[in-house]
Design a protein around this ligand. Sequence first.
Ligand code: 1GP
Length: 265
Amino acid sequence: MVGVESIVSRGIPRHALLIDPADQSPDVAAKRAIAAAMAGSSMILIGGSSGTDSDNVDRTVVAIREALELIEWAATQDSDAQTQERIPIILFPQGANALSPNADGITFMMLMNSTDPRFLIGEQVAGAPFIKKVGINPIPMGYLICAPGGKAGEVGKADLIKPEDLGRVSSYAAAAELYGFKMLYLEAGSGAATPVSKDLISAARNSTNIPIVVGGGIKDGATARIAVEAGADWIVTGTLGEQFENADELREVISNLITTMRPIA
Ligand code: 1GP
């Protein structure tokens, strides 16, 4: 199992590919994960707001894991290749019914601005015994859904953070740190027409030093760069990956996004 400690450290901004098992077969997911790993992504997140269950999540995790392990093994056989540890496969679940014992870790989340206790504590209590039993590494995370919020906002019954809610996002960020969460995820919703604004990201950044993850509606490096400059440590893209069937094309697109979003050394 790959360690999760480096995920919660800050430093050079990193990219994570979100794979939704409801939207693609395990085989296709594995091809996309390989393309992302080869492009320089640092984490594969597995999850979605609806349509996932333990069966499709586990089959997807296993397919991705086998594919990434094969690449890792191949690299060890090539004396010229740079060998590095396989990137972590982390569950990003909609609830306790969508877990896999074969993942390296899990974002153990509180949807902090949900109006439904189920997403504040209910699903977490339901899933905790399984997570402990099988030994999946937890990454305690505050999850905040910002407008437009999309399906995640609807399903999670979120009281959405609006672009002008700078004080609110800042208070949530401080509260996330006081809870001991190791990360804060600012989510605009998958496929959002507008990503989380730089002002919201900066307001959260100014209130906490924990790593900030930003996702939802990010389709190119320039948009990712704006989020990074505002204080994001992790950029998550999901929909972007689903637009490419061809692994070489996807690799190129993600590689460009990562190069563009990173400050010039
Ligand atoms: C959704 O933030 C993620 O949870 C990714 O969003 O699909 O818009 O990239 P996209």
